[in-house]
Design a protein around this ligand. Structure first.
Ligand code: ZN
Length: 118
């Protein structure tokens, strides 16, 4: 997957760098699912990509109306399921994230926190 030095983001091959950049700029480099700000840090910029709302695997078009800025975690959660519309997809992704967060917080699946937090 090519790394785009101009946007500090990884852009999937199905979209050219110029096309991806246009979508990221339109969406102000914010994940349209969780709101992650791709401009806030280098680490955030690294995980930004462009999502096909209707996946390519489901004949989703490479059309600005079908493309949104998306962080990789949201993209992985969304996968290639088909939703009635973007709002339904967003609702699903956010619910999954919340479930995962709850599991992380309650089941202690996370690594031990570092000693000092101050
Ligand atoms: Zn996201």
């Amino acid at each position: 997957m090519p790394f785009n030095i101009m946007t500090l983001s990884l852009v999937d091959r199905p979209i050219s760098r110029a096309e991806g950049l246009k979508i990221l700029e339109r969406d102000q480099f914010c994940c349209q699912y969780c709101g992650l700000d791709g401009k806030a840090s280098f680490e955030n910029a690294l995980v930004m990509s462009v999502d096909f709302v209707v996946p390519r695997a489901r004949k989703g078009k490479k059309d600005p109306g079908n493309l949104v800025a998306c962080c990789r975690p949201c993209n992985m959660i969304k996968r290639t399921r088909v939703y009635a519309n973007f709002d339904e997809a967003r609702k699903y992704v956010l619910a999954q994230r919340e479930e995962m967060r709850h599991a992380w917080e309650t089941k202690r699946v996370r690594p031990a926190a570092r000693a000092a937090t101050a």
